[in-house]
Design a protein around this ligand. Structure first.
Ligand SMILES: [Zn+2]
Length: 112
């Protein structure tokens, strides 16, 4: 999390989705936003979130949103030819989740 940004339980609702901080958007649909991580852990590090607040994976009632997130992920992977190099997609939950808003990390390249 950025030093300038006060700590919050939900970085995405409190700062990203309401445009309080500017993020470098990669792909946006009516329901999904994908953008470059503000503090990347990998040389290529994208965060994909639903615009609707969902706390974590176990709170998803309608799996259509997960399908849409993975469609966006696939498009980004293909668009950057990550499948010819490497990539992984991670979602954290419970104590491993810093921001309490469902998000997927799409990472590729070297760990920073
Ligand atoms: Zn939220």
């Amino acid at each position: 999390m950025n030093k300038e940004v006060p700590s919050t339980e939900d970085f995405y609702c409190d700062f990203v989705l309401n445009n309080k901080i500017k993020v470098e958007r990669v792909k946006e649909t009516d329901n999904i936003l994908a953008f470059h991580h503000t503090k990347p852990s990998y040389t290529y590090h994208i965060v994909i979130i639903p615009k609707q607040h969902i706390t974590q994976l176990v709170d998803v009632d309608n799996m259509d949103i997960i399908k849409e997130i993975f469609e966006v992920a696939k498009e980004i992977i293909l668009g950057n030819s990550l499948h010819q190099k490497n990539y992984k997609i991670i979602t954290n939950g419970g104590e491993h989740q810093d921001s309490k808003h469902l998000h997927f990390h799409l990472v590729s390249g070297d760990k920073l």
